[in-house]
Design a protein around this ligand. Structure first.
Ligand SMILES: C[S@@+](CC[C@H](N)C(=O)[O-])C[C@H]1O[C@@H](n2cnc3c(N)ncnc32)[C@H](O)[C@@H]1O
Ligand code: SF4
Length: 415
């Protein structure tokens, strides 16, 4: 089961994008996302576009994936050139999933090298792949590092077997320190993802997971609250009463413990759910999304965004291959974002970051109504008064816990 896609406008089969979208492109970063829709099993909480199938028949599957991804890369370069986009080197590259490391490491490198041949790569660009702790060997990680990858992000989720079981995770916690060390030995930067708020998880278990993650000394740790997506196995289990979700107080306590432990171990927040050892180890690719830069998404169900034109590919690997092998755009539909929608998204995403949002930008949107809003937020200790004096709205720790209230206050009015 994968989530429904948004409705949108028809997307042209030749992939063309409005010429306006390429205006000023030289001033925007251009990133690449490659979606790899294969997993060994489907975790009960996950609604990403991924399949526990290696071979769909019709010559579509793991074995053919790299060739199709390369064909879409060629397609993307042609569309951008024919629609007036200037040549831009890739700012960041991110392979996500699914489980990209279900593909042989040499296939991941082949796709990456083809992208670099087509577009070039900025100096010191971040090139990441996601990985499951049980889907890589030390040799794979060395092949990735030698082939141009700079960073790997492991889905650890928890260090506690009972919690991993509720999440349907297949890996054993002991695998995580092993793969983190292999990745470091290969010269890769390392991130680990944790999830808190799994049904039945206690505060003590969560603390154990954070402490374990810290003890492996990755460069970056993400701590996501579990989102129960409609249509997932977990959502059904909760509806049936098999599991109960934690209450808001426990969730707040879990985030508070994460902040306490991570900051005292040298990990500083730079986005509500993301912590790094230094500005150099923040995820540049994430920032490209949060700042609404341009990116092309390769693969089934991948989303792309070029200056206000957003489109998403057909989700099923067979439908995707059919399009790409017929030299047609794999886009299912697209939307052209209104300026007000872009403001809405900019504020929502950037408010979650340590950079925050500039008061001059907010002033253009709210006019005279801004000042009383800001005063109220400072009084409630939801935004930082020192940052405000420097012209930026940045969440305090309390603001991070109550981020939705701050966002509601600062979003543009909608009719
Ligand atoms: C799409 S997964 C890909 C990485 C890899 N397949 C894995 O799971 O280890 C990326 C991350 O998204 C997070 N994630 C996925 N579904 C989530 C959910 N429903 N709630 C919170 N985080 C989720 C997990 O932390 C996961 O590591
Ligand atoms: S391994 Fe990752 S992408 Fe695959 S189903 Fe589990 S959470 Fe989703």
């Amino acid at each position: 089961m994968t989530p429904a896609q948004p409705l949108g406008l028809p997307a042209p089969l030749d992939g063309s994008i409005p010429q306006e979208s390429t205006i000023g492109a030289e001033h925007r970063a251009f990133s690449l996302y490659v979606h790899v829709p294969f997993c060994s099993i489907r975790c009960g909480y996950c609604d990403f576009n991924t399949y526990a199938v290696d071979d769909f028949g019709n010559g579509v599957g793991l074995d053919s994936y790299a060739q199709d991804a390369i064909a879409e890369l060629d397609f993307s370069a042609r569309v951008l050139r024919d629609n007036g986009a200037p040549a831009r080197k890739l700012h960041t590259v991110f392979f996500g999933g699914g489980t990209p490391t279900k593909l042989p490491a040499r296939d991941l490198v082949r796709i990456l090298q083809h992208a670099i041949d087509l577009f070039g790569l900025e100096d010191n660009a971040e090139v990441t792949t996601e990985a499951n702790p049980d889907s890589v060997t030390a040799e794979d990680l060395q092949v990735l590092a030698d082939g141009g990858f700079t960073r790997v992000s492991f889905g650890m989720q928890s260090a506690v077997p009972e919690v991993l079981e509720v999440l349907d995770r297949t890996h054993t916690p002991a695998n995580v320190p092993k793969v983190v060390q292999w990745a470091k030995d290969a010269g890769l930067q390392v991130s680990v993802d944790l999830i808190y708020g799994t049904p039945g998880e206690t505060l003590e278990q969560w603390v154990q997971s954070i402490k374990s993650a810290i003890s492996y000394r990755p460069d970056h740790i993400s701590a996501y609250s579990l989102i129960v997506e409609d249509g997932t196995k977990l959502a059904v289990q909760i509806k049936r009463g098999q599991y109960e979700l934690p209450d808001d107080d426990l969730m707040a306590d879990m985030y508070t413990e994460a902040e306490k432990l991570l900051s005292s171990a040298g990990y500083r927040w730079y986005e509500v759910s993301n912590f790094s050892t230094s500005p150099q180890t923040q995820s540049t690719h994430n920032y490209a999304y949060w700042k609404n830069q341009d990116w092309w998404g390769i693969g089934p169900g991948a989303h792309s965004h070029i200056n206000g034109t957003r489109w998403w590919n057909v989700k099923h690997p067979v439908a995707y291959s059919g399009r790409i092998r017929n030299n047609q755009s794999p886009a299912a539909a697209r939307e052209i974002l209104e300026p007000s929608t872009r403001d809405f998204e900019n504020i929502m995403l950037m408010l979650r970051t340590v950079e925050g949002v500039s008061t001059s930008y907010l002033q253009e949107i709210h006019g005279e109504a801004l000042e009383p809003k800001l005063q109220w937020l400072v009084l409630q200790e939801l935004i930082d008064s020192t940052e405000l004096a420097n012209g930026r709205v940045v969440l305090t720790f309390k603001g991070r816990l109550l981020g939705d209230a701050v966002t509601r206050e600062l979003l543009p009015e909608t009719e």
